[in-house]
Design a protein around this ligand. Structure first.
Ligand SMILES: NC(=O)c1ccc[n+]([C@@H]2O[C@H](COP(=O)([O-])OP(=O)(O)OC[C@H]3O[C@@H](n4cnc5c(N)ncnc54)[C@H](OP(=O)(O)O)[C@@H]3O)[C@@H](O)[C@H]2O)c1
Length: 276
């Protein structure tokens, strides 16, 4: 059940990828409800500006900024140890940081793709392992994992990205079952194409998907936040995305793959629709 601001006071959320997009919106929502913040990403100044503004606005007890490149295998352990040595307990973990790379797999750069697998899979798995063990001892905690609508279908021209998101959905739902007799919940948030830096960073700014109808990050984060607070296993954000993921359950994978490929092909016009 949703907890009140008073009940949350003194609790702490760790959000990866909090410098932009959904992560920034999550930070605002948690701060509004009185959570202390641990914000992680590479852009220190953006994290500081966001974190300290939210601390002032909502009189938070503490805000911790951690600059870390989460493609480094040692990053999760470093973050865990830094928080342990500062005596900060993580009550909610939001595995949000992620990235993609557009292109045919036989042409894309393997090193970049392996870094994406590290960022999108290995890092959230390791963070979950570390913080879940502590949550298990307290028999309390919440974890939100960023999956995607592409978790449900093949993702041509972003094959590695789609596979990482399928992993995150499967991983989250398995943990939900394992933890069903505890007070710990795991929620997978599945957004569709959204108005963040994601497409531009993935080299996909000129695709049809990036120039179609985009969800606003504040709406997506709100859906994820509500589902997390209600202990739901999974939420697909947005009506059309719900329709798309439901249809993917009955259509052959070859058909959904063809649709996804069409969306990930270059748009003919030069205009772009994503966040600048
Ligand atoms: N936007 C969409 O259409 C969409 C749809 C479905 C799912 N998602 C998922 O939603 C999550 C958030 O994406 P977004 O759309 O908000 O994208 P975004 O605007 O590009 O933000 C990505 C965040 O991840 C951080 N990040 C990226 N690489 C990092 C690294 N190596 N180390 C540490 N932090 C890193 C970025 O911070 P720094 O650059 O400061 O490090 C930034 O804060 C991702 O998992 C993405 O896969 C996005």
């Amino acid at each position: 059940m949703k907890t009140t601001k008073e009940e949350n006071k003194g609790k702490t959320v760790l959000i990866t990828g909090a410098s932009n997009g959904f992560g920034m919106e999550f930070a605002k929502l948690f701060a509004q409800d009185g959570y202390n913040l641990v914000l992680v990403a590479r852009s220190t100044e953006r994290l500081k500006n966001l974190g300290y503004d939210l601390q002032d606005e909502h009189q938070l007890e503490h805000v911790c900024i951690i600059t870390s490149d989460l493609t480094r295998p040692e990053a999760p352990q470093e973050i865990y140890e830094e928080l342990k040595s500062s005596g900060i307990q993580v009550d909610v973990l939001v595995n949000n940081a992620g990235a993609g790379l557009h292109g045919f797999f036989h042409e894309t750069d393997l090193e970049r793709e392996q870094a994406i697998i590290q960022l999108n899979i290995n890092t959230p798995v390791a963070l979950t392992k570390l913080f879940l063990q502590d949550m298990k001892q307290r028999n309390e905690g919440k974890i939100l994992n960023l999956a995607s609508v592409v978790s449900f279908m093949p993702s041509p021209l972003m094959a590695i990205y789609g596979a990482t998101k399928a992993f995150m959905l499967s991983f989250s739902e398995a943990l939900t079952n394992e933890l069903q007799d505890t007070n710990i919940t795991v929620t997978a948030l599945c957004p569709g194409a959204s108005n963040t830096m994601f497409f531009r960073r993935a080299g996909a700014a000129h695709t049809k998907a990036a120039n179609g109808s985009l969800s606003e990050p504040a709406d997506v984060a709100r859906d994820g936040y509500n589902a997390l607070m209600n202990g739901e296993m999974r939420v697909v954000s947005g009506l059309m995305n719900k329709v798309q993921t439901t249809a993917s359950g009955v259509l052959p994978d070859s058909a959904t793959a063809a649709t996804m490929r069409h969306l990930m092909e270059e748009e003919e016009s030069e205009t772009t629709n994503y966040a600048e």
